[in-house]
Design a protein around this ligand. Structure first.
Ligand SMILES: Nc1ncnc2c1ncn2[C@@H]1O[C@H](COP(=O)(O)OP(=O)(O)OP(=O)(O)O)[C@@H](O)[C@H]1O
Length: 326
């Protein structure tokens, strides 16, 4: 039987992920499924663990499942993405869980587990990932989205917020995201930004943010890129610019239904190779985690990651192959 490794962030959702893991452990024992479990001890640890497990598998197939929020999964993906023998699984135990929305992974942990242990209920699906080069040496992958500007500032402040930790106890962590979003909306200063998409350059003198998406959802359920398909080999780019603070608030309300695209200040593009530059250093995030600042180069890596999802590969682009992203 294929080896199954779990990487658990016991602190996700302010510690309630421990309870989720306890239920999973009981279920695994009931089902008599062999597995190994590792608990993260610090930010970045999930990536190191995933990398080490993938390397030690030495070419044999294995499943590495993240138990936590999208931040933990982001790290597991970054550790495992270069290993084609690894399939990534996910048990949602965080506060945002956009990945499970986009890839139809059940909210209930025991149901999510069945995608990992019972191959008849889940599907191994090859999905695209985005690769970000943010200086000569460093690179990061994203499975949901990345962004530059206002959304990165909101993500950073929200991750650092102590109030979020407090409200997470009452499952109200998302309220903090909204609170910080509104607060930043009142203070953020727009930025000059240059976006090149497959060689075509777009210049914005007053941009709020640029987001590059692999799947529709971000920020805990906002449908920022309603048309994004995670296995089409293409990334969806959203630019919001030259908009008043009040109107931007309406954009953020309408984004939950994917209706923000109706605003003329919201521009959408698709592309495979993107660069984002500014006159200064503008904050960036990948899957909601801070990753540095502009200038950045982003590339679509078609079907570069195998995941266990509730969704089948539509198979409409079967000619896409794993490319040389790694
Ligand atoms: N043991 C740990 N202690 C502290 N931080 C950790 C630990 N393990 C992982 N992290 C960090 O916690 C952050 C949030 O993790 P994750 O997304 O899984 O949980 P979350 O509660 O959903 O958080 P968020 O609401 O930000 O998505 C990640 O940046 C990750 O690097």
């Amino acid at each position: 039987m294929e080896k199954i490794y779990f990487i658990i962030n016991p602190n996700a959702k302010n510690g309630s992920c421990r309870e989720i893991w306890r239920n999973i452990e009981i279920e695994l024992e009931n089902l008599d499924i062999p597995y190994l479990a590792f608990f993260t001890e610090y930010p970045g640890h999930a990536q190191a663990l995933a990398e080490s497990l993938a390397r030690k598998a030495d070419g044999t197939t294995a499943v590495i499942a993240a138990v936590g929020g999208d931040g933990t999964l982001h790290e597991v993906v970054n550790g495992a993405a270069s290993y084609s023998n690894i399939t990534v699984g996910f048990i949602p135990g965080g506060s945002g869980n956009d990945f499970s929305r986009g890839f139809e992974i059940p909210k209930k942990s025991v149901d999510a587990l069945s995608l990992i242990v019972d191959k008849s209920s889940g599907h191994t699906t090859e999905i695209d990932i985005g690769k970000i080069q943010h200086n000569e040496l460093q690179e990061a992958y994203f499975m949901n989205n990345m962004g530059v500007g206002f959304d990165a500032a909101v993500a950073k402040a929200s991750n650092e917020s102590r109030m979020k930790q407090l409200l997470n106890r009452f499952s109200l962590g998302r309220l903090v995201y909204v609170y910080i979003l509104v607060k930043k909306l009142l203070t953020f200063r727009t930025i000059p930004i240059e976006v090149a998409i497959d060689g075509k350059v777009y210049k914005y003198s007053n941009a709020w943010f640029v987001t590059v998406s692999n799947q529709p959802y971000y920020g805990g359920g906002m449908k920022i890129a309603p048309a994004a398909i995670p296995d089409d080999g293409i990334l969806d780019i959203t630019v919001v610019h030259r908009i008043s603070r009040l109107k931007l608030l309406f954009v953020f309300i309408s984004v939950f239904w994917g209706k923000h695209t109706k605003f003329q200040e919201v521009e959408q593009f698709i592309g495979k190779s993107i660069t984002i530059e500014s006159t200064g250093e503008v904050l960036a995030h990948a899957d909601g985690e801070a990753i540095g600042h502009t200038p950045l180069k982003i590339q679509a890596c078609p079907k570069a990651l195998k995941i266990l999802s509730g969704k089948r590969n539509p198979g409409h682009l079967e000619e896409l192959k794993m490319n040389d992203c790694h």
